[in-house]
Design a protein around this ligand. Structure first.
Ligand code: PA5
Length: 426
């Protein structure tokens, strides 16, 4: 169950959120009459994907049973959702504790050193690849795929490699789709009407998550339940409340939103959220700049700025319930003087840290919102994903931009390809 608290922030900033405008933006989304309306497949993706689930699950099972190492190759929307969800539910160190193949991500940087580490780790092991690219032409995953594909083929021969490589791509004429057809790789679709950053509930995210051992049915069920709530034309709609509050804050001069997550496992959820907001709202020289941090780790790095730096930001605390039974015990001698905490769980200690942080930042003039999720499980994560996707779409329309394209991303690509060709004398 997702709950939001926007009232403290509105009170501190002396603002009234325009829920009417948020409701109008939602109506536009639902009627598919706004900008970018050919990229709204994500609204009902949790239902539409059901037809593909048996094949996704069968492929995941095959990989889980046979692979030692499974590498997801993709960048941006083609990897962030899967990585965020995997770490959110399991942890960044899941490979040390979970059953099934070790899962690595590749093709999201251009670092040969990082690729080499995966290649080294995979030596002598059964390596499976899932290359994910909607366009099929993105340089980072394409280069990584070249090297890893060669390693798979070298280790088991070209014929067997065909079973160990799976493609997730736009169905049609793209390069990756063509290669999958030619080589006979199993192939999954990135729906045409779903942009990368909204694609985690397609095969882009679901296949890696099923391979990792997540309950993808529960993820989709959480998403469906949240859709029912967040598609309601009502002032009680939590996604509309959040979108309206952040737009009011932006209009009042608060240009940066800090998403403060509550544990290391949620750090990549912050990365996924940053892409969602950054690529959707950073348009026409306007838009909230998204940043994220993890409490309390980053209070020891960004805390000073949050408390006392430029007052151009607001903060959104993502509070997720924790169920660890770990409790503090008395220590002999009480040398650190902390015996008074004996009997408390880490969750209880963290709750005080989180509440204290909010109070301190508010005292420093930072409007603070809160988003509460009951647990770090698949259903609650599905709810969070839908909540933020919908709030992002509504926010984009309230801002007056097309939240579903990313034309400016091509700028760096064009220059990079120009330089690469120059270097090769072309
Ligand atoms: O959200 C987006 O559309 C982008 O971030 C893409 O996911 C990213 O650029 C990767 O593109 P592709 O999947 O075509 O390789």
């Amino acid at each position: 169950m997702i709950r939001v608290n926007t009232s403290d922030a509105m009170k501190l900033a002396g603002l009234t959120p325009d829920l009417g405008a948020a409701r109008a933006a939602l109506a536009e989304l639902k009627a598919k009459t706004g900008r970018g309306n050919d990229f709204l497949g994500w609204i009902s993706l949790h239902d539409d994907i059901k037809a593909d689930l048996p094949r996704i699950k069968a492929c995941a099972e095959r990989i889980r049973e046979d692979a030692d190492v499974y590498v997801v190759i993709g960048v941006g929307g083609s990897y962030l959702g899967a990585r965020a969800a995997m770490e959110f539910i399991q942890s960044p160190t899941r490979n040390l504790t979970e059953k099934g193949p070790a899962v690595f991500f590749s093709g999201y940087t251009l670092s040969g050193n990082e690729l080499e580490q995966i290649l080294k780790f995979s030596e002598g092991k059964k390596l499976y690849l899932n290359v994910i690219s909607k366009s099929g032409t993105t340089l980072e995953p394409a280069l990584s795929f070249r090297c890893l594909k060669e390693a798979v083929e070298r280790s088991c021969g070209k014929e067997e490699a065909k079973k160990r490589i799976v493609c997730t791509t736009g169905i049609g004429s793209g390069v990756l789709y063509g290669l999958a057809q030619k080589e006979g790789y199993e192939c999954f679709a990135v729906p045409e009407d779903v942009g990368g950053r909204f694609s985690v509930l397609s095969a882009v995210g679901l296949l890696p998550l099923a391979v990792a051992g997540l309950d993808i049915d529960a993820l989709l069920a959480g998403c469906a339940a949240q859709a029912e709530e967040n598609l309601k034309d009502s002032d009680d709609n939590t996604a509309l409340q959040y979108a309206a509050a952040r737009q009011a804050l932006y209009d009042s001069g608060k240009k940066v939103e800090m998403l403060s997550c509550s544990r290391e496992s949620h750090r990549f959820f912050g990365e996924w959220w940053k892409q969602l907001i950054g690529e959707s709202q950073g348009k026409e020289h306007t838009g909230i700049f998204p940043n994220s941090m993890v409490l309390t780790a980053d209070l020891h790095s960004l805390g000073q700025y949050m408390q006392d730096g430029e007052r151009m930001m607001f903060e959104t605390f993502l509070r997720v319930g924790e169920d660890s039974p770990l409790r503090l015990k008395e220590a002999e001698g009480n040398i650190d003087g902390l015996n008074y905490l004996a009997g408390m769980s880490f969750a209880e200690v963290f709750a005080c840290a989180a509440e204290g942080t909010k109070a301190a930042h508010e005292a420093g003039g930072v409007p603070c919102m809160e988003i509460f999720a009951d647990a770090s499980d698949e259903e609650e994560l599905g709810r969070l994903i839908y909540f933020f996707e919908l709030a992002c779409g509504v926010s984009g329309y309230m801002q007056g931009v097309n939240p579903f394209d990313q034309p400016a991303v091509n700028e760096y690509k064009n220059r990079m390809f120009e330089l690469l060709k120059q270097r090769k004398g072309l």
